[in-house]
Write a protein that binds this ligand. Structure first.
Ligand code: PEP
Length: 249
């Protein structure tokens, strides 16, 4: 069975009500392949989630940018997976490098978060990726394998997981991985999943790339056999996001 192309837009901590309306307006008018060809998910900041969901075309979906590691309660500033269920928010991005780096989220913590969100029926975009220092030290594959293992240790059913390989040095820097660099890591990750989780999961798991993807480089990246889509930051706030979605075909 083929892996359906996946394009996620991570709006991060950006936007006002007016800007959000404008972005959604552009998305709603866009001509893109159908849901049978490409799955499109946008991830606004929490406070805009219900608003965006109410305005967005029905063939595009919304994702939260984080959810708490266990049942909600006395965790000031956090959003629980239960709330995502309540608001019918189907997806959540977990383990983004900005949270791993700035908020010290460990591999184990991310693994627990992924497992908890999945247990409540959410679909998870789980992010992994090496820093520049780790790449230069030649440890990229060790780092991403460890990050994936921390998820695999907690998760038995991968049906609702999309794995996002996002080299930290490529995020928001304009330094995109070359198609060969990205393909090398994606293929190695698929092999890791094959050897450590199972052949079926390895064949069906979407492994998407993130890091300075734009309308000009997405087509060539998308042509790589193990790149099943993108997680897009900066360019997801611009009309070129449509070109990225269209690189699915
Ligand atoms: C991201 O934050 O997930 C990302 C890939 O950002 P950018 O596209 O801006 O590099």
């Amino acid at each position: 069975m083929g892996r359906k192309f996946f394009v996620g837009g991570n709006w991060k901590c950006n936007g006002t009500t007016e800007e959000v309306k404008k972005i959604v307006g552009t998305l709603n008018e866009a001509k893109v392949p159908g849901e049978d060809v490409v799955e499109v998910v946008v991830s606004p900041p929490y406070v805009f989630l219900p608003f965006v969901k109410s305005l967005l075309r029905s063939d595009f979906h919304v994702a939260a940018q984080n959810s708490w590691v266990r049942k909600g309660g006395a965790y000031t500033g956090e959003i629980s997976a239960e709330m995502l269920v309540n608001l019918d928010i189907p997806y959540v991005i977990l383990g983004h490098s900005e949270r791993r780096q700035l908020l010290n989220e460990s591999n184990e913590f991310v693994g627990d978060k992924v497992a908890y969100a999945l247990s409540l029926g959410r679909k998870v975009i789980a992010c992994i990726g090496e820093t520049l220092e780790q790449r230069e030290a030649g440890t990229t594959l060790d780092v991403v394998s460890e990050q994936t293992k921390a998820i695999a240790d907690k998760v038995s059913n991968w049906d609702n997981v999309v794995l996002a390989y996002e080299p930290v040095w490529a995020i928001g820097t304009g330094k995109v991985a070359t198609p060969a660099q990205a393909q090398e890591v994606h293929a190695a990750l698929r092999k890791w999943v094959h050897d450590n989780v199972g052949a079926e999961v390895a064949a069906s798991l979407r492994i998407i790339y993130g890091g300075s993807v734009n309308g000009g480089n997405s087509k060539e990246l998308a042509s790589q056999p193990d790149i099943d889509g993108f997680l897009v930051g900066g360019a997801s706030l611009k009309p070129e996001f449509i070109d990225i979605i269209n690189s699915a075909t």
